[in-house]
Design a binder for this molecule. Structure first.
Ligand code: UDX
Length: 433
């Protein structure tokens, strides 16, 4: 099927490449001409495992192309995917200006063409938008009878985005219009998973609810980790024991420095703001956000129980991106931790496989290293901030030889505690006895 994908960020590009891999004929549209040229040349400009390889393969096969011309994309396509950003505004609500610009351009393009009443097309909103937005869009387009609106939220995780797009746990199809549903069913025909066919509003709420619930699990475990640290329990064992209950499940029970990224912080604040706009207080979700924001400060307080005076000490941070296997720094715990340590009077050295240069622009006083060992050499203590494989699997005897004090603080509970202890170092995790 001929489709176009408007917006070629993490979600749009992954969507375009994954549909091309399913055999569809995809045009990716972006207003940024330099980006379009780069994508045409087979460069993603972002790090996402396998995405660049598959992009190049799909370009060579002719299954995907890129353009800045909305008209070209829209007129050729039966499905128009909108994947533009909906970043948070100052009050936490989602900024829909990019979405509205795209919708206005789609309307203009369709109106100016002779076939406006003939070709059935569906505008598929993948961008995360406040509940009710898709229905409002449908009302705006009600005068164009063959143009349908559907909500089809994405659930892909950065670091495994392509895999998640091709092997989703479910596909949510939010539309009650049979023609729109038929187009979407045909598009996703090769994917074997449950379809949730529902209303547009339900689809929007499923997306927010899923992210808010996952964020809640993490903050709950971080709160329990604080208590575990105070009482001498080990949160990893607690999580394991809890997760065996099928009603709880083993995932997203990992205590650490808190969640970051482009979705959880943005979607939890958009949801509480949506509640406020409709007179519904959401105290649970407010606490989830507050616990997350406080987690790096709580962690520094834990560090000070072992190194009471951080002033004059050098702390080595391993990993800077918000999670491993991505170069995304949005809402990364590292960006909260660095200023907290600098405020304490500590100096900071850091290593990340992909983010050193961009963090250097934000914090020019940090010393950046090419390897974890280089960051740790001569430091007083080390902190695991992001569980990159190259930061987790270390030779701890070599680490011990370079560190001035014997402390390793595990901000992700991912290091091998026994190996660290055997190397003569002190291991301090998040909520671990
Ligand atoms: C998330 C959702 O998982 C995805 O479905 C949605 O569409 C977009 O948002 P992503 O932000 O890419 O995906 O990463 P995810 O793997 O969910 O991790 C988010 C954050 O939570 C990371 O900072 C991670 O370190 C943290 N996390 C995750 C924990 O602190 N503990 C856990 O147990 C799991």
């Amino acid at each position: 099927m001929k489709i176009c994908v408007i917006g070629t960020g993490y979600v749009g590009l992954t969507t375009a490449v994954s549909f091309a891999m399913m055999g569809h004929d995809v045009i990716g549209i972006d207003i940024d001409q330099a980006k379009v040229a780069r994508l045409q040349a087979g460069e993603t400009g972002i790090y996402e495992p396998n995405l660049e390889d598959e992009l190049q393969k799909m370009l060579a096969l002719g299954n995907v192309s890129f353009s800045s011309s909305l008209e070209e994309g829209i007129l050729a396509s039966k499905a128009i995917f909108v994947c533009v950003g909906t970043p948070p505004q100052a009050d936490g609500s989602a900024d829909l200006s990019a979405l509205h610009q795209v919708l206005a351009a789609i309307r203009e393009t369709v109106e100016q063409t002779a076939d406006k009443a003939q070709t059935a097309r569906v505008i598929v909103i993948k961008s995360t938008v406040p509940v009710g937005t898709n229905d409002r869009i449908a009302r705006l387009f009600a005068d164009l009878p063959n143009l349908f609106i559907a909500s089809n939220p994405e659930f892909l995780r950065e670091g495994s985005a392509l895999h998640d797009s091709l092997h989703p746990a479910r596909i949510v199809l939010g539309t009650e219009e049979p023609q729109a549903l038929a187009i979407l069913e045909e598009l996703y025909a090769s994917i074997d998973c449950v379809r949730v066919k529902t209303t547009r509003a339900n689809a929007e709420m499923i997306k927010y609810g899923s992210n808010a619930f996952l964020a809640t699990k993490i903050s709950f475990m971080n709160e329990l980790a604080r208590l575990s640290a105070a009482l001498g329990a080990d949160i990893r064992e607690v999580a394991h024991g809890m997760g065996l209950d099928p009603r709880i499940g083993p995932y997203f029970l990992g205590a650490g420095l808190g969640y970051g990224g482009s979705c959880f912080p943005k979607d939890t604040s958009a949801l509480t703001e949506l509640g406020a706009q409709h007179g519904v207080q959401m105290p649970l979700l407010q606490q989830v956000q507050q616990i997350n924001e406080q987690q790096p400060a709580w962690f520094v307080a834990q560090m000070k129980r072992h190194v009471p005076v951080l002033a004059g000490r050098r702390i080595a941070l391993l990993g800077l991106s918000f999670k491993p296997k991505t170069d995304d720094l949005r809402e990364a715990a590292s960006l909260r931790l660095i200023p907290l340590l600098l405020q304490e009077g500590a100096s900071v050295s850091a290593y990340d496989p992909l983010c050193n240069e961009r963090v250097r622009q934000l914090f020019p006083d940090v010393q950046f290293a090419d390897t974890p060992y280089q960051a740790l050499a001569g430091a007083d203590a080390g902190v695991l901030v992001t569980e990159w494989e190259q930061c987790v699997n270390l030779d701890f005897a070599q680490v011990r030889a370079g560190l001035k004090l014997p402390f390793l603080f595990d901000g992700r509970n991912a290091w091998n505690k026994q190996a660290i202890t055997e190397a003569g170092l002190r291991y301090i995790g998040v909520g671990r006895s």
